[in-house]
Design a protein around this ligand. Structure first.
Ligand SMILES: [Zn+2]
Length: 362
């Protein structure tokens, strides 16, 4: 593997913390909820980022034009929920990242008499002035309190109006009226992690560094991609991930969209190997992929980041955080997820973009 980056090693350290202490979390949950199914689901999902392209794009859409960094936002949700993102409503949690100061005044016109001396005589004169009486002085954060405030201001709540950029705009426009004073502040990474313990803090900052590298919409033109030297190069995916026959090529059109990987069919239980040296960053069940493993292979000399995906497995033979070498057994072929027969779906993602795995096969 190319120089293992510091980022990756921090990420792994914090991921292994979660792994090491999953039983503590499980016991607490057992006491709190006594719901074994919930525990099972939670433990299954205490893994390093299980984010797919759709998640990235959704988080990005939510933060668009709001000034909130999507990287901080994803890092926040992943660490806060210990990666249990399934039931998270990101369109609500995004409001955790802004702090709103809001003051409302009642403006009362008052009169008072003043005594002036005109030509040596005392003259009483009545003047009017405004008194600002504070009716509400709030500091709030979070979707619930924010939408309550908005309702009290007769803001029409809808999916569109509750986009964070529209809310910020509305609140800031309130300042044009004399009776309001509002300020929105976007939390910094330090502020977001104030109440975090050390391990979660480390995890958060590792994500802040690693997520931009995995961004599927980063400035990367696959057509300009220069394939590195693959022969005897353990740093770059360059061997077959398993044995069998290719049943579907990259780029084939299907009902669900274009095929982003290559399918290799063989019997369930056929060994699946890591195609380059790397660090296992994802082991878990992910929608249509079924049981899938993701491996991060570092960056080549042109700054391209490599991640490989192995889907529809029947069993895992590697755990999150493990260092693997090219050719190491990582799982067994299977038929999990959206799959109509035992096969391996294999992807090579360069800077987050799935390229044709054939480019990386001997
Ligand atoms: Zn496939």
């Amino acid at each position: 593997m190319v120089e293992p980056t510091a980022v990756a090693s921090i990420a792994i350290k914090s991921a292994s913390f979660i792994k090491k202490y999953w039983y503590v979390i499980a016991i607490i949950l057992l006491i709190l909820f006594l719901l074994p199914t919930l525990i099972f689901a939670t433990v299954l999902n205490i893994l390093f980022p299980q984010l797919d392209e759709e998640d990235f794009l959704y988080y990005k859409t939510l933060t668009e034009e709001s000034g909130i960094s999507w990287v901080s936002f994803i890092s926040y949700d992943v660490t806060r929920l210990d990666n249990y993102l399934k039931e998270n409503k990101a369109e609500e949690s995004v409001f955790d990242l802004i702090k709103i100061s809001f003051t409302e005044y009642e403006i009362v016109e008052r009169e008072k008499e003043i005594i002036k001396i005109v030509d040596g005589k005392e003259v009483t004169e009545t003047v009017t002035y405004k008194e600002y009486i504070v009716i509400r002085d709030l500091e709030l954060k979070g979707h619930g309190p924010v939408s309550q405030l908005l309702k009290s201001l007769d803001y029409v709540i809808s999916e569109e109006s509750m986009k964070v950029k529209n809310v910020i705009l509305f609140l800031e426009n309130l300042n044009e009226k004399e009776e309001y004073e509002t300020k929105t502040h976007i939390l910094t990474d330090e502020e977001i992690t104030t109440d975090y313990d050390e391990a979660h803090k480390e995890w958060y900052y590792a994500l802040v560094e690693i997520l931009p590298l995995l961004d599927p919409s980063s400035e990367f033109n696959p057509d300009e991609f220069i394939i590195p030297d693959l022969i005897n190069n353990p740093d770059i995916p360059s061997i077959w991930p398993t044995t069998g026959s290719v049943t579907s090529e990259y780029g084939q059109r299907r009902l669900t969209g274009t095929h982003r990987g290559i399918d290799i069919g063989n019997n369930t239980g056929t060994p699946v190997y890591s195609t380059a040296d790397g660090i296992v960053i994802g082991v878990g069940t992910s929608g249509g992929f079924g049981k899938r493993i993701m491996i991060y292979h570092g960056t080549d000399e042109n700054g391209r980041t490599y991640v490989t995906v192995y889907a529809h497995l029947s069993a895992f033979k590697a755990s999150v955080g493990a260092n693997v070498s090219q050719g190491d057994l990582i799982g067994l072929m299977g038929n999990t997820g959206f799959s109509t027969g035992s096969h391996l779906h294999y992807e090579v993602r360069v800077n987050g973009t799935p390229l044709n795995p054939r480019l990386f096969l001997p």
